[in-house]
Design a protein around this ligand. Sequence first.
Ligand code: SAM
Length: 248
Amino acid sequence: MAPARTVEDPYDWDSRVEAWEEVSATDAFRALRDRILEEAAPRSDERALDLGAGTGLLTRALAPRVASVAALDISEAMLERLDAKAAADGIPNIEVVAGDMRSLPFADEEFDLVVSNYAFHHLDDEAKELALAETRRVLRPGGRLVVVDMMFSLSLQPRDRRLVLSKIRAIAARGPAGILRIARNAGRLAMGNWEHPTSPETWEAMLLERRFEDVRVEVLQQEAGLATATRPVNTAAPGPESRRGAGA
Ligand SMILES: C[S@@+](CC[C@H](N)C(=O)[O-])C[C@H]1O[C@@H](n2cnc3c(N)ncnc32)[C@H](O)[C@@H]1O
């Protein structure tokens, strides 16, 4: 099925499909996908949502285990690739939806399960709060959230320092192109236009503030972290003032 609507793609994700296909084919990313599936424990009668689905690493593995999956992404080119791969694999129950995680084009309480792999760090903290409020809105009471993302911050804490240094070393080892990339990233960081990884502690605080329960955050290998939470049974979605961060 063609993407359901057109959205702005200010970071030009459309041009990164091939690059992302390479990264998502690595053992490390397959292992993260498998960890999400294990934590999510999907059931065959459930409707699921994959936020920032990209070319479908996670969506395509999840689809055979649930009734249906909506794959949401801001990039229509990513979704076109996902759709083509799902068709080639004969997977019939994936609906691709072009949209922004900050404002989900879905009804209240539409999903039993929301998952996301390596997408939230593209949102700054305010945008993450919006996306989490929206996630809570579209989850049914008792519905589960499972997120894997970069979880560290640019602090002087030993784990953060180690991660940043090892990333810089890995990029520098690629020679002049790597050095150029470090310079470009330093420029983007200075302009406040870098990726926005958030520490495990902040993830936990954000989920509690959004009134999720069963909140658990676990540090995984390298910079990755896993966050799981449940929308409480018998509660309404937070109102607009809470979506802005009041956490009422
Ligand atoms: C690093 S890729 C991860 C893709 C996929 N989850 C996977 O594991 O292969 C991040 C994805 O998030 C999408 N994305 C970034 N910002 C977004 C936003 N505000 N709303 C929806 N998708 C977004 C990008 O288009 C991209 O496909």
